[in-house]
Design a protein around this ligand. Structure first.
Ligand code: MIG
Length: 690
């Protein structure tokens, strides 16, 4: 059951799709106090209470013991000291003697002190008097998540080609660069489905333009690559370059579609294009206008986009820069510069980026209300992505378009996925990637993944291999790196065979991964789960934060430490271990419940199958559309019988619930002989059951 408590007059965020009647009376579980500008909710935790949720965030799966702030932030240093990343996902479950979920629907800062100030106290500070608080009580932990997911509506569904391996790098400038990458993959027979175009493909970083010096005939290039099974995915940045004659700028000014400053003039900030205006995505007319701009690229044959810099990121504002100059001048006047003044001097310049003060300098027009940005900060990226998502409904009514964003708020999951932003080529960020997946899924964000190999810093061959071994399971499997870092396309390294093998395994797993993803999206379920969710009675399972359940049959236990040639794995029940060297070169072992040390060489990947479960595998290919999924290998662990629901469709149309897409496969052991039954005659199977 979900109870809704309304405080003041909440700003409509459209995070939820169900309008619940408010519950009267006091909120259960939490002690509420009102201060001048905030509401504070406190909960006394006992020693074994655990906290789960908060979507995209740093630290562990159990969020207890740190402080988190919902404040969409462009921050490329995802270390333990931080409390916000790019998203704001105010959904938290308290699990213990009392188990309940809560969701705070408020688009500005919410602070979750999860036992940071007082180790046994959860203290939530909502920095506004106007918000909705939802309390969710259900029979089980997973039922709470499901109820929440039903409240916030169905997840965005990506096209199937987006389940292929994808390559990105900040720095690809022109068609030669892109074709070189294609050749690197195709010549080495390493599978690939997409290449990303980062900001350099644009003409002076102007959204929806293509650099005429980089591309002689963009449409032809798009078509030529598609012939080879490769899609191009361009970036769209939030800021619109101020430049006379640039149509997006001129139309926006003329129609009043940009955010304004206190005086009502179009607000100016600086990002990649230099000075920009920010489209007011909270205004529905702006959304419609900006969304339709994606047509420019759709018409060139583009089928996917990534929306960046939409927290929004600000390098500086003219006002902020002016203040910095004044500070510098002021300090310069002094005869004797003290050490603290020196630090002031340094900070005044280095703090011009993403400065909280700048977020108070501009305004949105929401209906007849003018709202200062910081009051609705966390809705910006969400509504940029919504602008595109809503436009695709009319521009491409029958075709799925790939779309994901950097910044997000709950509600955005209905329009696109996210990537987890600027991580670093660190082993700890591979582990962070693993830990972040279940909490994102809890918020309906299913199409997601991290920059494999790491965005900032220089990757190493072993880090990339290990990261790909986990990336094999994330719906978004994209290798991306920053300008100036070591080149990290899979073909840049020594052991090409292993890269080909690992990425090849992903393609073999697609029938399973895609089925599990689609079922999770259509049924409001989780694609990635913690062990605790599947084994609620197992008191050890909830301690495990470096293994995940993927779909209904699999458990993964990635290796995430350098030079490790294996790892400890906890099996919550007897399982079949599959060790892959390549898609076809595998070994199997039935392992009993409990703790094991398993050896996993650098070029190997392991996963585990639950008893009476199997996974459908196909024979692989170099891109998604080349896969033959009519013949499947059923690979699994059968004690008596197992059934599996396979989902297959054309990968781009939207008649998701068509019963013809669901195939029921049942395998049973009768007199030791295996029997397969299936309701689709065009499918044939090879059995590999243990
Ligand atoms: O200020 O477009 O997170 O993926 O490569 C950096 C350049 C802007 C940040 C994104 C990253 C992208 C980069 N962008």
């Amino acid at each position: 059951m979900i109870k809704r408590y309304i405080y003041g007059k909440p700003i409509e965020t459209e995070a939820v799709v169900k309008t619940l009647a408010p519950t009267e009376g006091t909120v259960p579980y939490l002690a509420a106090t009102e201060t001048e500008e905030a509401y504070v909710f406190e909960y006394d935790m006992n020693a074994y209470d655990r906290l789960y949720g908060l979507g995209e965030n740093i630290r562990g799966i159990n969020k207890r013991g740190h402080i988190y702030e919902s404040n969409c932030s462009d921050d490329p240093m995802h270390d333990e000291g931080k409390s916000s990343l790019y998203g704001a996902h105010n959904f938290l479950i308290i699990k213990g003697e009392k188990t309940f979920g809560l969701f705070i629907d408020m688009p500005s800062k919410v602070i979750f002190d999860c036992g940071y100030s007082h180790k046994d106290q959860l203290k939530i500070t909502v920095t506004s008097k106007d918000f909705d608080l939802y309390i969710i009580e259900e029979k089980s932990f997973t039922a709470i998540i499901k109820a929440f997911r039903e409240l916030i509506g169905p997840s965005y569904i990506a096209p199937k080609w987006a389940f292929g391996y994808q390559q990105s790098r900040w720095g690809y400038k022109n068609e030669e660069d892109l074709k070189k990458v294609v050749a690197g993959y195709r010549e080495n027979h390493i599978p690939l489905d997409a290449i990303y175009m980062d900001i350099d493909f644009m003409d002076n970083f102007k959204d929806f333009t293509i650099d005429p010096n980089g591309f002689s005939d963009f449409k032809a290039t798009v078509a030529e690559l598609k012939e080879q099974g490769i899609r191009l995915v361009p970036i769209v940045d939030a800021g619109v370059k101020i430049e006379k004659g640039y149509d997006v700028y001129e139309e926006g000014v003329e129609k009043g579609y940009f955010c304004t400053n206190e005086k009502g003039e179009d607000f100016v900030a600086a990002v990649w294009p230099g000075l920009v205006h920010f489209p007011d995505f909270l205004n529905k007319d702006t959304r419609k206008w900006f969304g339709e701009k994606y047509k420019i690229l759709l018409d060139e044959g583009i089928e996917g986009f990534w929306n960046d810099m939409n927290e929004p990121a600000i390098f500086y504002t003219p006002e902020g820069l002016q203040e910095a100059f004044e500070k510098v001048d002021e300090i310069r006047q002094k005869d004797n510069i003290g050490i603290y003044e020196y630090f002031d001097l340094k900070d005044s310049v280095s703090h011009t980026g993403n400065n909280p003060k700048d977020y108070q300098r501009f305004y949105h027009q929401v209906g007849d209300q003018r709202i200062r940005h910081d009051k609705v900060h966390n809705l910006y990226g969400y509504n940029m992505t919504r602008a595109a998502g809503e436009a695709f409904e009319t521009l491409e009514p029958d075709k799925r378009i790939l779309l994901f964003s950097r910044a997000s708020y709950i509600g955005m999951h209905r329009y696109g996925g996210i990537w987890t932003g600027d991580n670093i080529s660190w082993w700890s960020h591979l582990l962070l990637n693993i830990k972040m997946m279940p909490s994102l899924n809890m918020c309906g964000i299913l199409y997601t993944g991290a920059d494999l190999g790491g965005f900032g810093g220089n990757t190493t061959e072993d880090l990339l291999l290990r990261w790909l071994q986990f990336g094999c399971f994330t719906p978004l499997m994209r290798n991306h790196s920053a300008l100036g870092t070591r080149e990290q396309e899979a073909y840049q390294f020594t052991d090409l065979e292993s890269f080909k093998n690992i990425i090849g395994i992903r393609y073999g797993l697609v029938p399973y991964l895609y089925s599990e993803y689609m079922k999770a999206a259509l049924r409001n379920e989780l694609y990635f789960r913690t062990l605790m969710m599947d084994y609620p009675e197992d008191s050890f399972a909830e301690n495990v934060e470096d293994q995940l359940m993927v779909g209904e049959s699999l458990m993964v236990a990635p290796v995430y430490e350098q030079n490790a040639r294996g790892r400890y794995v906890y099996l919550p029940e007897e399982m079949l271990m599959i060790k892959f060297k390549s898609l076809t070169d595998r070994s199997y072992k039935i392992m009993e419940k409990g703790h094991h040390y398993i050896q996993v060489e650098l070029e190997e990947m392991v996963c585990f199958i639950k008893p009476n479960h199997f996974i459908p595998l196909c024979s692989g290919g170099e891109y998604i559309e080349a896969l033959d999924e009519n013949h499947l290998e059923l690979c699994g662990f059968i004690k008596d019988e197992a059934s599996y629901e396979l989902y297959q469709d054309d990968g781009f149309s939207k008649d998701y619930h068509n019963p013809a897409h669901f195939t029921h496969i049942k395998v049973s052991k009768e007199n030791k002989a295996l029997q397969v039954t299936c309701n689709k005659s065009e499918l044939s199977f090879t059995l590999n059951l243990h």
